[in-house]
Design a protein around this ligand. Structure first.
Ligand code: DSN
Length: 421
C-alpha cells in the first residue's frame, strides 16, 4: 500500500506538498487554527477512516467495532477528565454539529434562541441568516457595548427579558475577553431558559485552567477540538448525566450518521497531550503571547477592541487609525509577506463581513511553534509595519525577511512528520 501519494496521484500529492510548505514557511495567526502534533496526524490518517460505527461504544449498529469502541472510550474518558464533565460526546464532526446537537437536545422546532450578533463576534451556528438554525428556530441577538467592545451583562439581561428565549447561547468567535459564565447562566435562568456555552475557541484555555470553565455552570457545553486544544479535528458536547441520553440521541441520529472514527482517534490522541503539564504551560504561553502582541500593537498606535485581550487573540479596529485600510486589504497585505490572519468585523462596523474594518490575530499556532513574548513582539512589529504601509515594497520585503527568520527559528513539521500528513 503506498504511503506516499505521488505514485498514484501527482496532482493531489503536489497540492498536499505545497500546503505542507505553506504551513512551514508562513505564520498562521488565524485564531481558530493550530498545528496538530504528529500523533494527532497519525491517528487522523489511520485505518479508522474505513470503519462505520454508528452508536455508542459497546452498542453499535455495525460489527467489528471492538477497536473503534476502545478508541472512543479513550476519547470520552480523556475529555471528561480534561473538563471535569460527567458526560462527553466526542462524535460531532465539528463545533457547528455540536451546536446543532445541543439545539436538537434542548429545543423544539420554532423555539427562540438568543445569541450574540455575528458582527459583534458571534458565530454562524448561533443562528445567523441562511443557516438551518435560523430556518428552524426563531433567533434574536444581543450585542456588546459598542463603546467598550465588552459584554454589558445588564444589557444582555434586559434583552433576555425582552426576547424571552428558550435558549441563551454564550461563547464566541471574536470576543477577546473572559466570559462570565455564571452571569450568563443567571440571565438564562431568570427567563426560564436553557444556557449553552460554546467554548469552541476556548477549549484549550479552559482545559488548562487559563480561562474559567462553564462545565457544571451552563446546561450544555459545546466546543471544537482542534483550535486552542490542538487535538483531532471536530466537535464535542459536554454535559451532566441528566442530559447524556438526549445529547447522544441528538448527535446520532439527530444530526449525523456514522462518527468519523479517525477524527475520534485524533481527539483521543490530542486530549492525552492536553492532559500533560506541558500543555498547561503551552496554554499559558498562548495567553501571554496574545498579551505581548496587544501591548506592542498598542505601543505602535493601533486600537484594539476592548483595549486588549484576556484570551488567545487580539481584535484590531482599523477605523480610527487607518480609515482607508479595510480588513480585507489588511489581510491581503499581511498574507503577501507570510503572515496569515483574518479580516473581521468590529462592533458597529459599517463594512460587510466580506470586507470588515478589523483583523483578528491569534497566537495559538505560533505558540505551538515555540514563540515566546520576544518573538511575538518581533511579529507584532512586522504586522504593524505592513499595516502602516501596505503598499510599500521595501516594508513588505523587510517583513517577509522577518517572517522567514521566525519560521526558521521556530520550525513546524520536520520532513518525517509531514510524510504521513
Ligand atoms: N470559523 C471559525 C473561526 O475562525 O472562528 C469558527 O468556526
Amino acid at each position: 500500500m503506498p504511503t506516499d501519494l505521488s505514485p498514484v496521484d501527482d496532482r493531489l500529492a503536489d497540492a498536499l506538498a505545497a500546503e505542507r510548505t505553506r504551513q512551514r514557511e508562513t505564520l498562521s495567526l488565524i485564531a481558530s487554527e493550530n498545528y496538530a502534533s504528529e500523533a494527532v496526524l497519525a491517528a487522523q490518517g489511520s485505518v479508522l477512516t474505513n470503519k462505520y460505527a454508528e452508536g455508542e461504544p459497546g452498542d453499535r449498529y455495525y460489527a467489528g467495532c471492538e477497536h473503534a469502541d476502545e478508541v472512543e472510550r479513550l476519547a470520552r474518558e480523556r475529555a471528561r477528565k480534561l473538563f471535569g464533565a460527567d458526560h462527553a460526546n466526542v462524535q460531532p464532526h465539528s463545533g457547528t454539529q455540536a451546536n446543532l446537537a445541543a439545539y436538537q437536545a434542548l429545543l423544539d422546532s420554532g423555539d427562540r434562541i438568543l445569541s450574540l450578533e455575528m458582527s459583534h463576534g458571534g458565530h454562524l451556528s448561533h443562528g445567523q441568516p441562511y443557516t438551518m438554525v435560523d430556518e428552524h428556530f426563531e433567533v434574536a441577538h444581543y450585542g456588546v457595548d459598542e463603546a467598550t467592545g465588552r459584554l454589558d451583562y445588564d444589557a444582555v439581561e434586559a434583552r433576555a427579558a425582552e426576547v424571552d428565549p428558550d435558549l441563551v447561547v454564550s461563547g464566541f468567535s471574536a470576543y477577546p475577553r473572559r466570559v462570565d459564565w455564571e452571569r450568563m447562566q443567571g440571565i438564562a435562568e431568570a427567563v426560564d431558559s436553557y444556557h449553552v456555552a460554546d467554548i469552541a475557541h476556548l477549549t484549550g484555555l479552559v482545559a488548562a485552567g487559563v480561562h474559567p470553565s462553564p462545565v457544571g455552570v451552563a446546561d450544555l457545553v459545546t466546543g471544537s477540538t482542534h483550535k486552542t486544544i490542538r487535538s483531532g479535528r471536530g466537535g464535542m458536547v459536554l454535559c451532566g448525566e441528566d442530559l447524556a441520553g438526549p445529547v447522544d440521541t441528538a448527535v446520532m441520529p439527530g444530526c449525523q450518521g456514522g462518527p468519523l472514527m479517525h477524527d475520534v482517534a485524533g481527539k483521543a490522541a490530542g486530549f492525552a497531550e492536553a492532559l500533560t503539564p506541558e500543555f498547561e504551560a503551552y496554554a499559558r504561553q498562548v495567553v501571554d503571547n496574545a498579551a505581548a502582541l496587544a501591548d506592542r500593537l498598542q505601543e505602535r498606535g493601533f486600537d484594539l477592541v476592548t483595549g486588549g485581550t484576556d484570551v488567545h487573540f487580539v481584535l484590531v479596529d482599523l477605523r480610527e487609525t487607518h480609515p482607508d485600510l479595510t480588513g480585507e486589504r489588511a489581510e491581503e497585505a499581511l498574507e503577501s509577506v507570510g503572515l496569515v490572519a483574518n479580516k473581521q468585523t468590529v462592533p458597529g462596523d459599517d463594512r460587510p463581513a466580506t470586507v470588515g474594518s478589523g483583523l483578528r490575530i491569534g497566537t495559538p499556532a505560533v505558540t505551538t511553534r515555540g514563540f515566546d513574548a520576544a518573538a511575538t513582539e518581533r511579529l507584532a512589529d512586522a504586522v504593524a509595519d505592513v499595516l502602516d504601509s501596505p503598499d510599500d515594497d521595501a516594508v513588505a520585503d523587510a517583513a517577509a525577511e522577518t517572517v522567514a527568520d521566525l519560521c526558521e527559528r521556530f520550525p513546524v513539521y520536520g520532513d518525517a512528520a509531514v510524510a504521513s500528513a
